[in-house]
Ligand binder design. Structure first.
Ligand SMILES: Nc1ncnc2c1ncn2[C@@H]1O[C@H](COP(=O)(O)OP(=O)(O)O)[C@@H](O)[C@H]1O
Ligand SMILES: [Mg+2]
Length: 266
């Protein structure tokens, strides 16, 4: 049985365990021997300077990159050889560093895109006026509106992304990532480009996403947000794990302050 077929055996909550993961491109070491345990029910921060390897690490988790060494397990399930689509089916979901909503679709249609990919009628039929596609579209719209409501922005469901401020677009992107009820949610710099009020709203929204079955990992440069929402934090620096701990431990770690947090306060 392949990993995806084995999915029903994977009972939530499942921790995500990364062991000795190393990734390189043409002799350049991007990640070296990273071991981290992400616990469901917690919000975990992943921080570090630009180029530290944070996005590459997410790419390894989602299967976009294939690390040369190491293992990634979701519960008992080893993910080696499981492609990105298989990992999505297992409940991996992510948002990207740059907002990527389609301006021709309404907000709720954008959110539903991820669901159409999983649906029985398939992505194409979801946009065609066939009976099965119609029924799935209605069900998916309901799920998409529910995801927007969880983030407090159901009122913009039928608006165009081009009309909306960055903070709302960011929440809409996260709604798209949670609509399929993921068990692993990876957010890459969700506060990038947001003002302080929007970042505060985002922070509140993230805290509400914490749930006993969800592994939630946030890559972020905004230290106020990270320190406020995270239960634990891992610090990457040029591909190596520099430190792990609670927000207070990370704030008080002299090496972390030297290579990263020191810059933040300047
Ligand atoms: N596909 C790739 N090919 C070659 N180098 C890459 C690739 N993806 C990432 N890198 C390199 O990996 C390093 C870490 O990048 P990245 O993961 O984007 O860092 P971060 O997200 O922490 O800013 C950078 O030096 C980057 O150039
Ligand atoms: Mg990055």
């Amino acid at each position: 049985m392949n990993a995806v077929a084995a999915m029903p055996a994977l009972k939530p909550p499942a921790p995500l365990a990364v062991q000795e993961l190393s990734l390189s491109f043409g002799g350049i070491h991007v990640l070296q021997k990273i071991s981290v345990l992400f616990k469901p029910g917690e919000i975990t921060g992943l921080i570090g300077p630009n180029g530290a390897g944070k996005t590459s690490f997410f790419n390894c988790l989602t299967g976009l990159y294939s690390p040369q060494v190491g293992s990634i397990r979701l519960g008992e399930l080893a993910l080696e050889g499981v492609p990105p689509t298989g990992r999505a089916a297992l409940g991996f979901s992510r948002s990207f560093q740059h907002v990527a909503l389609c301006p021709e679709l309404s907000v709720v249609e954008n959110v539903a895109i991820g669901l159409h990919r999983q649906s029985r009628a398939g992505w194409l039929e979801a946009f065609l006026p066939l009976a099965q596609g119609r029924a799935e579209r209605a069900a998916n719209r309901e799920l998409a509106v529910a995801a927007l409501a969880r983030l407090g922005i159901a009122q913009v469901a039928d608006e165009s992304p081009s009309q909306l401020p960055p903070g709302v677009l960011r929440l809409a992107e996260i709604a798209r990532a949670i609509a399929g009820q993921p068990r692993v949610l990876l957010l890459d710099e969700p506060a990038a480009g947001l003002n302080s009020v929007e970042t505060h709203d985002l922070s509140n929204a993230l805290k509400k996403l914490r749930s006993p079955e969800l592994v939630l990992v946030v890559v972020e440069h905004d230290m106020d947000l990270i320190m406020e929402v995270c239960d634990s934090i891992h610090v990457l620096n040029v591909g190596t794990l520099l430190a792990s701990g609670t927000p207070a431990q990370i704030r008080g770690n002299a090496e972390v302050v030297r290579v990263y947090l020191g810059d933040e306060d300047e």
